[in-house]
Structure formats: structure tokens, C-alpha cells
Design a protein around this ligand. Structure first.
Ligand SMILES: Cc1ncc(COP(=O)(O)O)c(C=O)c1O
Length: 471
């Protein structure tokens, strides 16, 4: 007879050892920013019969997990890196170990109290009023989607979805376009407002677009401002957008999935002036608050707006009603069963202290500034967008090479840097020009790391361009 217990007796010792070696691996950190192994793992399909736990754990550790980039390495500068704190990982493990059902108070009053306190703390950091609330979701895409459902329900009269118009800019994250599609807003009802030379939304054009749509009998219902764009760290003019939204009865959503963390740095929070006037704000902890994946927050100015958008209240959930003043997170978003996503954030903040978290965020600003300084001082290179919100974009542009060659050289430099194993940088397009992009968040990255990354890029670019030694 097969043993169908969930932890077989012969696997118990391995189970304990796996945790012990895990702790050592977490504390040691990654060896490089790229995958440790190339290619795909072979033959690891599910079998009808059991595999000993020791063997399966070994497959995970030696064949599967090493084939993933380490976005938590100090010199992982591509995309939005994930320099997750070891304490966040511990929080994640503890949460999974106890696996609370964090949809409803009666099921998990402890975890829900902590998540609610964190939501209030983040809302207060953003300057949102006491009516504010929200919930933790899987990340920025889910936060944007959940916010847009609330905006649609709040601003569009029944049966007028086809007339609703949304306003974004060319810098708005793609997850917003995706969310608009999911909630039923047709592509011809999405206006992409132009940006200025700082890549910030042109508010004059926003106002004109809203007026034109209203004159055409349409219903402007949501404007999405970005606080820290993925491409270049650009921040839209939040106070002016808030003025327009207030005047026009348009829901103001701010996508601060990446940049809202600057609120925790006293030296930088001024960049986000006006953010507290938003109707909703996406703010990811798995980006610049050093958490493992699956930890994003959605904050709304008036929690009741989320309830109006999401409460259904089927009779089979009647035994899980919250007490007066409490809220069931399943009433604030699309999920019913949900993990207690933010206990790891609580553990991190509790042990680190909010001031040190703010300092760690400020360090990201400095890292990008050091990189910019090195780029500016290196002949043949041009800064495409200056250090903003821990991001700088730049391009090798030595005289005498045509644009196509330069594109290929810049791409080659990024590729060789990764092959070299020192650092990972990405590529992006800034106002139609291909460039390299550094997004530097890791508290343990140093000025030397930033300068050396640029020096190596210079070497690789010159090499790829057939230009011998640096001058
Ligand atoms: C500004 C911004 N918004 C939204 C997202 C999407 O977040 P997630 O990948 O957590 O869904 C990102 C991801 O980088 C982002 O930078």
C-alpha cells in the first residue's frame, strides 16, 4: 500500500536538514547577478511513484533554482531588482509554515491586525487621510488592476462602460494598459498623454484631452499618474494632476509601485509632493522595501470605495463577519483566500526600524548618482536621463559610429557585462534612443560597484566597437 501521508517518516531528517542548509544559503547570498547554470533542467517531470525527499530537494537546489537570475545580488541592476532582505525571507518561511488564511478577521485576527496597521502606516506616510485603507496584493500589476476596478465602479454610471475614458502617458507601466483591458476599457478609450523632456506627463495636454472627450459626450473616469517610472524614474506632476482630477471628477490613481518608497526618505519625499491627494496608490514592498516577491500594497483614499467595488457577501461566509471597525480583506479585492503577504514586511520593519529603511531607500538614490557621475566623466558616453529614483539611463555614443552600430555596441556591452559575471544592466528606449539602464537598490552595493560597472561597460563597448584601448 502506498504511503500517502504528507510528510513520510523516512523524509523527516532531510526535512529538518533542508531548513538548516537553507538558513546558511540565505545568509551567504548569491554569488552573481545572473543564473549560476545555463540551459533548462531535463527529466524533472512529476512521477506516479514517490521520489525520496533528499533527492527531490537536491534536484531543486542543484538543477532548478540555479537556473534563475539573482535579482537580489548587489550588482543586479536590470529591470526593478529585488534585493530582498534575509529577514523578509525568514518572515516568508514563517508565514508559509503557519499558512494563515488572511482573508477574514475571524480566521486570522493576528495577521490581519498587522497587515491593517501596515496599510495605515503606509497611508499615513503618503499623506492620505484617516478614511484611507487598502490591502496587500501580489504586486504592482494587481494593485493597479484592483484600483482601476474601484475607479470604474466609483466614477462610471451603470451601463456607460463604453463611454469611460482613461488617461495614461507613454511612461505609464504596461500593467495599467493590461488592467484597463481586463476591466473592459477598449483601447480606443485610452488616451496616451504626451510627456515633457523630463518624461513627466504634460498636464496641459491632459486637461485638453479631458475637455475634448467631455465635449464628445464621453466620461473621463480615471487618470493614472506615475511616481517613479520603470524606464527612467520619472515622476508626473502630481499636484497639477490632482487639481485637474478634482475639478473634473476623475479618479486619480498613482502608480508608485516602484517609487513610492521614496516617501520613507526625509531627503527625498519632497519629490512626491501631492501624492496624498490620490484616490488610490500602488506601492510595492517587493521592489524598494526589500521584500521577497508577492508583496505589493494598494492604498485607497476612502476604503469604502473598495468595499463598494468588491463586497458580494454570500451566505456561506456569514460566520466570518468582522467586528465593528474591522474589515475582511476579501471584501476589498478580488481574492477570497489570500496569504498574509505582509508579515515578512512587518518582521523586516520591526527589526530594522523605519528610519533605517528610509536610509536604505536613500542609498539607492546615491548609487544611481555615483553611476551618473562616472558616466559623465567617461569620454564617449552620454547620459540619456539623469539619476532619478535610483535609475539612470545612458548610452555609448563615440563619434564616427552610425546609430545602428551604436545600438549593437550598447547591447553587446550589456551582454558581455553579464557574461563577465560582475553586474547586470538592462537596455531601454529613452525618447526613441536605445540606452543602457541601471536601477540600483541594494543597500550593500557601493560607490566602487557603481564606478566599476561603468568602467567595465566602457571596456566592453569599446571592444565591441573595435576601438582598442580606452583613451
Ligand atoms: C511603476 C511600476 N508599476 C507596476 C509594475 C508592475 O509590478 P509587478 O511586477 O509587481 O506586478 C512595475 C514593475 O516593475 C513598475 O515598475
Amino acid at each position: 500500500m502506498s504511503d500517502f501521508s504528507l510528510l513520510r517518516a523516512e523524509d523527516r531528517a532531510t526535512f529538518t536538514q533542508a531548513f538548516e542548509s537553507l538558513a546558511a544559503a540565505i545568509a551567504a547570498g548569491p554569488t552573481g547577478p545572473g543564473p549560476a547554470l545555463a540551459g533548462r533542467p531535463e527529466g524533472l517531470f512529476v512521477r506516479a511513484t514517490p521520489t525520496p525527499l533528499a533527492e527531490a530537494v537536491e534536484e531543486l537546489l542543484s538543477e532548478i533554482l540555479p537556473r534563475a537570475a539573482r535579482a537580489d545580488h548587489p550588482r543586479a541592476f536590470g529591470f526593478v531588482p529585488a534585493p530582498a532582505s534575509p529577514i523578509s525571507r525568514l518572515g516568508d518561511l514563517l508565514t508559509s509554515a503557519f499558512n494563515p488564511h488572511a482573508g477574514a478577521w475571524p480566521q486570522a485576527a493576528g495577521p490581519l491586525s498587522v497587515e491593517r496597521a501596515l496599510i495605515r502606516w503606509m497611508a499615513s506616510a503618503a499623506g492620505l487621510p484617516v478614511t484611507a485603507g487598502g490591502l496587500f496584493v501580489s504586486g504592482g500589476s494587481s494593485a493597479n488592476l484592483t484600483a482601476l476596478v474601484a475607479a470604474r465602479e466609483d466614477k462610471l454610471p451603470e451601463g456607460r462602460l463604453r463611454d469611460g475614458v482613461a488617461y495614461v502617458s507613454g511612461e505609464t507601466h504596461a500593467s495599467v494598459q493590461k488592467a484597463l483591458r481586463v476591466i473592459g476599457v477598449a483601447a480606443d478609450r485610452v488616451r496616451v498623454v504626451a510627456t515633457d523632456d523630463r518624461l513627466a506627463m504634460d498636464v496641459g495636454e491632459l486637461a485638453r484631452a479631458i475637455a475634448a472627450d467631455r465635449a464628445a459626450g464621453l466620461i473621463p473616469f480615471v487618470a493614472v499618474a506615475t511616481a517613479g517610472s520603470t524606464r527612467a524614474g520619472a515622476v508626473d506632476p502630481l499636484p497639477e494632476i490632482a487639481d485637474i482630477c478634482a475639478r473634473e471628477n476623475v479618479w486619480m490613481h498613482v502608480d508608485g509601485a516602484f517609487g513610492a518608497s521614496a516617501l520613507l526618505s526625509p531627503a527625498h519625499r519632497g519629490l512626491l509632493e501631492g501624492i496624498g491627494r490620490a484616490d488610490s496608490l500602488a506601492w510595492d514592498a517587493h521592489k524598494w522595501l526589500f521584500q521577497t516577491y508577492g508583496c505589493g500594497a494598494l492604498l485607497v483614499r476612502d476604503e469604502a470605495a473598495l468595499r463598494r467595488a468588491f463586497v458580494i457577501g454570500p451566505d456561506y461566509l456569514q460566520d466570518a463577519e468582522p467586528d465593528e471597525g474591522d474589515v475582511n480583506f476579501w471584501d476589498l479585492g478580488p481574492e477570497m483566500t489570500r496569504p498574509a503577504r505582509a508579515l515578512k514586511l512587518w518582521l523586516t520593519l520591526r527589526t530594522m526600524g523605519a528610519d533605517a529603511m528610509g536610509e536604505a531607500v536613500a542609498h539607492g538614490f546615491r548609487l544611481a548618482e555615483w553611476a551618473e557621475d562616472e558616466i559623465s566623466g567617461t569620454p564617449g558616453w552620454r547620459v540619456l536621463s539623469p539619476a532619478r529614483m535610483a535609475i539612470v539611463t545612458f548610452r555609448f555614443e563615440e563619434d564616427g559610429l552610425d546609430a545602428e552600430t551604436l545600438d549593437a555596441v550598447n547591447r553587446a556591452a550589456a551582454r558581455r557585462l553579464l557574461e563577465d559575471g560582475f553586474a547586470m544592466v538592462g537596455t531601454t528606449w529613452i525618447s526613441g534612443v536605445l540606452g543602457l539602464r541601471i536601477c540600483a537598490l541594494h543597500p550593500e552595493a557601493t560607490e566602487r560597484d557603481m564606478r566599476e560597472t561603468v568602467r567595465r561597460l566602457d571596456r566592453f563597448a569599446r571592444n565591441a566597437a573595435g576601438l582598442s584601448a580606452p583613451r
